[in-house]
Design a protein around this ligand. Structure first.
Ligand SMILES: [Fe+2]
Ligand SMILES: [Fe+2]
Length: 475
């Protein structure tokens, strides 16, 4: 197991002290990161004491510390999962060759772009969520928000380390740019569309952590297969933290659904307006938010057919999630069946060479992984005796990338007339009025043990502490 020098300015298990030049470069970047954090990180609570988990090692049996910390004092460290002895490339044309500890010159620009794109999403989500603390439904949720935020900050560190350690001057410049682009900025936006959508309410936050952090999980899983070993090891450790972010989403949505069901029982009505008047979020609105965030997250995987994805696979740069679970790691003779619009209002199937369909393979794994929460939430609804169900819309619905880009597809997957789509979209996607209603519910609750009326109290503990613990202490 690798050891950590926790006394260093930048906690790490990459022997930073043994590389003075790299250490100095990162120590130079650190105050810029802190400036960014103070300016664009969580609003108002920079000097609150927050009960947070901090990564201190990569030991599976105890990789984190829990305790009160002011967020700007959080120990953002650099941790790579332990190096596997004699690790070999697990897929593509270079299958079976030793993995790379350094970046091969011919793959330098493509690896840099992948790392920058991944790195860009991490501070973007912190920026998107920066005002949420002002409307938290409980102290428990406030703490969870900040936990997600500081860990996204650490994920940025993970990518910046790779840029500094392996990409020389270009890498250092890219690391600066990661702090210069901002979510939603008209001149310098974040790289990917979803990461420029503002997240101004907690329903959206839970949707984001459920769907968009899960996209992150699958990107990290693909990169965890990379032949570039430091990238693979970085991503493997990031996945341990990422699991918690999705758990925040799944539990948050579950608690909202539970509260809605309780209110429906209380008032003896399923009528959305009546549910809203009673201060809860009707199931139809939750479904519209699902439709929005799921479709938005699907676009992050890219086009169904992609020659870039094919060459990244061929060259060992980016694999499939859980590559070891596939039998054929060359994927040369296989095809992937995809659905495309036939141009005449219907759909046809097309066989795509498997390597060109790697984005689609990853997207399908993501879609399957999204189902688990719906099973749980629908069980709650069923137990309460209601017929309604929440569901994932068709992956063809409201797409902005790939074969279905701009196609008028209903959430059930059927192709409809364009006018019909426009006329019905208010029933499928959050409307202005939905947004205004959700915002009207967003009132801060910070008394320990108290919870806002639109969400049920948490049932889960934080590191053995009950939900009424004073997770954040204000000054
Ligand atoms: Fe992340
Ligand atoms: Fe995350």
């Amino acid at each position: 197991m690798s050891t950590l020098n926790y006394q260093e300015r930048i906690p790490n298990n990459v022997d930073l002290a043994g590389n003075r030049q790299l250490q100095r470069a990162l120590e130079h970047w650190q105050p810029r990161f802190l400036n960014w954090w103070k300016e664009l990180g969580p609003e108002r609570y920079q000097d609150a004491d927050v009960y947070l988990r901090t990564a201190i090692s990569v030991d599976e049996n105890g990789w984190a510390n829990y305790g009160y910390v002011k967020m700007p004092d959080y120990r953002w460290g650099i941790f790579l999962a332990d190096q596997e002895r004699d690790r070999r490339i697990g897929f593509g044309d270079l299958y079976g060759q030793p993995v790379w500890q350094q970046v091969p010159a011919e793959f330098r620009s493509v690896l840099r772009r992948l790392i920058v794109t991944q790195g860009d999403t991490e501070p973007a989500s912190v920026e998107q969520q920066r005002l949420l603390g002002l409307t938290c439904p409980s102290l428990y949720d406030l703490r969870n928000l900040f936990q997600v935020n500081v860990e996204e900050g650490r994920h940025l560190w993970a990518m910046v380390y790779l840029l500094h350690a392996h990409f020389g001057r270009d890498g250092r410049e890219e690391a600066e740019e990661l702090l210069a682009r901002h979510s939603g900025d008209a001149d310098k936006p974040r790289i990917l569309g979803t990461f420029n959508e503002p997240i101004s309410d907690w329903l959206s936050f839970f949707m984001f952590t459920y769907f968009t952090d899960r996209d992150g999980k699958f990107q990290l899983k693909s990169l965890a297969e990379s032949a570039f070993d430091p990238l693979a090891r970085s991503c493997r450790f990031m996945l341990t933290e990422e699991a918690y972010h999705m758990h925040v989403g799944e539990n948050g949505i579950g608690r909202i659904v539970k509260r809605t069901l309780d209110v429906m029982k209380e008032i003896g009505s399923e009528d959305p307006e009546a549910v809203r008047r009673a201060g809860a979020i009707d199931l139809a609105t939750i479904q519209r938010y699902v439709n929005f965030w799921f479709s938005s997250s699907l676009d992050l995987f890219g086009s169904e057919q992609s020659s870039n994805a094919a060459s990244a696979f061929a060259n060992g740069i980016k694999g499939r999630p859980d590559e070891a679970s596939f039998e054929d790691h060359l994927a040369l003779d296989q095809v992937c069946e995809i659905e495309v619009p036939d141009g005449a209002g219907a759909m046809r199937r097309e066989a795509v060479p498997m390597r060109n369909a790697m984005n689609e393979v990853t997207r399908r794994a993501f879609v399957a992984d999204c189902e688990a929460g719906f099973i749980r939430w629908n069980r709650l609804i069923q137990k309460s005796g209601y017929q309604a169900r929440l569901f994932l819309p068709s992956p063809r619905f409201r797409r902005a990338i790939g074969a279905w880009n701009g196609q008028p597809v209903a959430p059930d997957g059927s192709i409809v007339a364009r006018e019909a789509w426009e006329a019905r979209k208010g029933g499928w996607l959050p409307t202005e009025a939905d947004g205004a209603f959700i915002r009207s519910l967003m009132r801060q609750v910070i008394e320990p043990g108290k919870v806002a009326g639109w969400i049920s109290p948490p049932a889960r503990k934080v590191n053995h502490l009950d939900a009424d613990y004073e997770f954040v202490k204000f000054h």
